[in-house]
Design a binder for this molecule. Structure first.
Ligand code: BES
Ligand code: ZN
Length: 442
């Protein structure tokens, strides 16, 4: 079986972690991966958790070698809205050199590049240059709720010198990209409750507060007109960008045209005083990811709904603390709400931001592997997305994480028609081989 066939097989599992009806599919994907790694001669263990399984695999560790922990996630985001896919989301198909399927980029294409890279090195050399520990999880897309406790319980078996992950982006096709920072995240859901029953808006309208209106006011109170977050204390402790990184990012060229074309937005918008890359990679944000309440059907219905809701996520940067941000947000929203409604808060997943020194010996080793694989200059970037477990690797295992992702700007991760070029997959296989060699020697 070729590496590409293996990737296609992995992609066919609809391993959607958030959806309980896919529970068995998530497990089946983990079992398939376990069998694959076992056949490669690694010793494997599948650990059940209250959620989805964690797969651990190792070669024989020797005291004279460096230990590398490879992390990836085999769960995927839901495929909805189905109607916007050109082909069914869990039937991988090759079109113009790209594989289209949910999970093609995030993260199965990148995870399988690791697996196939290892298989190739084992085939060529009979051994790996490092002590390897693989940790593949099935809950990344739901905030890794069971992984930090697992790290804490198994920290001795998972001890390592460095973690390596391919689950981030490249600035462009063929441009080796080293990511030295990720934003953190803190999510919450807010319910705005008014009357105890839905009301006739003619009979009672004007005399009671409308929860949908109040939800809209609360959402609007999160930002000023220019996009700064208005929650008192939100920016406390936010670390400034360093001069060298502002310069390095500016040297990548003007990011605005590409972001305009990728997003289709009529104009860019965001915090004054920062370039669009700086806003996405190094500044904290507050986003509304959903809101609802009231009549959603055809035509009109004159009703005052008894409740409304909205879902928020905050992207965080060093040194913001996710729990503190959720507290500040709750306090602020309560202070903005009139007595005519009651608010209920439900905290969601959280994870701290991550930042490492790209000029450290391990960072430089990873950049040499990227240089070897892609040629040209390696781009040094941070990313706006989050991999919450990365800072936990630092806190629990005391190890830095090397982020060498392969996602292209137009990969459509989390969206319909997600795709991954076969060329990126092949480059990822070579990158994995070069990376282990470089990390072994650094
Ligand atoms: N692979 C992404 C994270 C990512 C995306 C990093 C783009 C860098 C660039 C990951 O699978 C993801 O989507 N994470 C979620 C985490 C959340 C659900 C806790 C995210 O960032 O929204
Ligand atoms: Zn991912």
């Amino acid at each position: 079986m070729s590496a590409l066939d293996d990737l296609l097989t992995c992609l066919r599992f609809p391993s959607v972690s958030t959806d309980s009806k896919h529970r068995q599919d998530v497990r089946a994907c983990a079992l398939w991966l376990q069998e694959k790694l076992t056949k490669m001669g690694l010793s494997t263990e599948l650990h059940d958790t209250p959620g989805h399984p964690i797969l651990i695999a190792k070669n024989a560790h020797r005291p004279d070698r460096r230990t590398v922990l490879l992390y990836g996630h085999y769960d995927v985001q839901p495929a909805e809205p189905f109607a916007e896919w050109q082909t069914p989301p869990f039937e991988p198909i090759l079109r113009e050199g790209r594989i289209y399927c949910r999970g093609a980029t995030d993260n199965k294409g990148q995870l399988m590049a690791h697996v196939s890279g290892l298989a190739e090195t084992l085939r060529q050399e009979g051994d790996l240059p490092v002590n390897l520990t693989i940790l593949f999880e099935g809950e990344e897309e739901i905030g890794s709720p069971n992984l930090k406790p697992f790290l804490e319980a198994h920290h001795a078996e998972l001890a390592c010198d460095v973690v390596a992950i391919s689950d981030t982006g490249m600035v462009g096709e063929g441009v080796g990209t080293f990511t030295y920072g990720l934003r953190g995240i803190a999510c919450m859901e807010v319910k705005v409750k008014g009357p105890s029953i839905d009301l006739h808006s003619g009979i009672f309208g004007g005399a009671v507060a409308n929860p949908v209106t109040m939800a809209a006011r609360l959402i609007a109170s999160l930002h000023d007109a220019e996009g700064r977050v208005m929650i008192p204390g939100f920016y406390d402790g936010v670390r400034d960008l360093q001069a060298w990184e502002r310069q390095a990012w500016a040297s990548l060229g003007d990011g605005e045209p590409e972001t305009l074309s990728l997003t289709g937005a009529p104009e860019l918008f965001g915090e004054p005083g920062y370039s669009e890359r700086e806003r996405r990679w190094a500044r904290p944000t507050a986003e509304v990811n959903g809101m609802g309440g009231g009549y959603q059907g055809e035509g009109s219905k004159t009703v005052i709904a008894r409740e409304a809701f909205f879902k928020l996520s905050f992207r965080l940067v060093p040194d913001q603390d996710p729990a503190r941000i959720l507290r500040l947000a709750e306090d602020y929203l309560r202070s903005q709400a009139p007595a005519s409604v009651r608010l209920e808060f439900k905290p969601g997943h959280t994870g701290k931001a991550y930042l490492m020194d790209p000029h450290s010996p391990l960072g430089l080793a990873a950049q040499r592997a990227l240089q070897h694989t892609f040629g040209g200059q390696v781009a040094l970037i941070r990313e706006g997305g989050s991999i919450p477990i990365v800072q936990a690797f630092k806190d629990v295992l005391k190890a830095d994480t090397i982020l060498v992702g392969l996602a292209l700007p137009d990969c459509q991760a989390h969206a319909p028609n997600e795709n991954f070029p076969v060329a990126s997959f092949e480059a990822g296989i070579r990158l994995n081989q070069a990376l282990l060699k470089e990390l072994a020697q650094a």
